[in-house]
Design a binder for this molecule. Structure first.
Ligand SMILES: Nc1nc2c(ncn2[C@@H]2O[C@H](COP(=O)(O)OP(=O)(O)OP(=O)(O)O)[C@@H](O)[C@H]2O)c(=O)[nH]1
Ligand SMILES: [Mg+2]
Length: 282
C-alpha cells in the first residue's frame, strides 16, 4: 500500500497535532470560526481527505473520496441542528443496559460503536460542542462507557453513545448492543469507529460482520487523525477504503476521518448525520 504514496510522507504537515491547528482548536467547533481561517487550514478541518490527496499517485481511484461532498452553506445549515434553542433542545435523555430499558423514541436514530477507547464519546462530545452544559463523559481508561446513552436532538433525531467492544468491554455488551442493532427500527445509520493509527483489528472485523449479517447500513469513521504521521494515516485510509469496497455490502463507500481534539471532519460528519436522518440541509 505504501507504494501508492507519491512521497514517503511521514511529517505532520497536513493534519498533524498542534503544528497546524495549535491551541485554538476549541474555537473551531463552529463553522463560522473555521471559515475565518486561511484556505488550506480551513479545508484540512472541513475536508480532512483533501490534505491527503496530494500525496497519492495519480493512478489511485479517488471516486469515493468525496462521495459526500456538501457545500459550506449546507454544512453551516447542518450545524444549526447541533445548536440548541428554546424550540430545539439537545440533551441527554437516558441510559439503558437492555433493549426493554431503551427509550421509546421513534424519531430517526444514529449510533456509534467501536472498540473501547477508540473515541466514541469524544466524537459525540465534539459533535455536541455547541451545546452548553451537555455532559458526555470521556476517559483515558478503556471500558468507560458502560451503558447505551441516548441523546435527543430536538425532534430531529436521537444519537446513541455505545459501550466499546474488545478490551475491557462491559460483560453484558453482547446482550445490550447486538439486540439494539438488530431490532431498533428507527436506526438510520451505525457509525463504526476505528483508530486511524492502527486500522481494523479483529474485534472490528467481528463488528463489521455483525452489521453485514443484520443488514444495517453503516459507515466507517477513522478517529484520532491528529495522532498518526501522514504516511500512516494515508495507508490506513486506503486500506479501509479497499476493505469496504471488496468485502462489504452495507457499508457506505466513503470512510470519514475525524479528530475530536482538532475538530477536523466534525462539520462534515454533522452534515452527514443531518443527511442520513432526513434533515437534509439545502
Ligand atoms: N489525540 C486524540 N485523542 C482522542 C481523540 N478522541 C478521543 N481521544 C482520547 O482517547 C481516549 C478515549 O476516548 P473516549 O471518547 O472516552 O473513547 P470511547 O470509545 O468512548 O471509550 P469507551 O467508552 O471506553 O468505549 C481519551 O483519552 C480521549 O481523550 C482524538 O480525536 N484525538
Ligand atoms: Mg465512551
Amino acid at each position: 500500500m505504501a507504494t501508492l504514496l507519491q512521497t514517503a510522507a511521514t511529517g505532520r504537515q497536513c493534519l498533524g497535532a498542534g503544528g497546524v491547528l495549535g491551541r485554538r482548536a476549541a474555537s473551531y467547533a463552529s463553522i463560522k470560526e473555521v471559515a475565518k481561517l486561511q484556505e488550506k487550514k480551513m479545508s484540512n478541518i472541513l475536508f480532512p481527505i483533501l490534505g491527503l490527496e496530494k500525496y497519492l499517485s495519480p493512478n489511485v481511484d479517488k471516486k469515493h473520496f468525496r462521495l459526500f461532498d456538501p457545500s459550506l452553506e449546507q454544512m453551516a445549515k447542518a450545524e444549526e441542528l447541533f445548536r440548541p434553542s428554546d424550540k430545539h433542545q439537545i440533551d441527554y435523555v437516558t441510559s439503558a443496559i437492555r433493549m426493554d430499558h431503551a427509550p421509546g423514541l421513534t424519531q430517526p436514530e444514529v449510533c456509534f460503536i467501536g472498540r473501547s477507547n477508540v473515541g466514541k464519546s469524544s466524537l459525540i462530545k465534539a459533535l455536541f460542542s455547541l451545546v452548553p452544559g451537555i455532559e458526555v463523559r470521556v476517559s483515558k481508561t478503556p471500558g468507560h462507557t458502560k451503558k447505551m446513552n441516548f441523546f435527543k436532538v430536538g425532534r430531529a433525531f436521537t444519537l446513541v453513545d455505545m459501550p466499546g467492544y474488545g478490551y475491557k468491554a462491559p460483560e453484558d455488551f453482547a446482550d445490550m448492543v447486538e439486540p439494539y442493532l438488530q431490532v431498533r427500527n428507527n436506526l438510520k445509520r451505525t457509525f463504526l469507529l476505528v483508530d486511524s493509527s492502527i486500522g481494523f483489528q479483529k474485534a472490528d472485523l467481528v463488528a463489521v460482520e455483525m452489521c453485514e449479517e443484520f443488514g444495517i447500513p453503516y459507515v466507517i469513521v477513522a478517529t484520532k487523525i491528529d495522532r498518526p504521521p501522514t504516511g500512516v494515516l494515508l495507508t490506513q485510509y486506503l486500506e479501509i477504503q479497499e476493505f469496504i469496497e471488496k468485502q462489504t455490502q452495507g457499508c457506505y463507500p466513503q470512510p470519514f476521518l475525524v479528530s475530536s481534539v482538532q475538530f477536523s471532519g466534525i462539520h462534515l460528519l454533522r452534515c452527514f448525520i443531518a443527511h442520513v436522518t432526513g434533515n437534509h440541509p439545502r
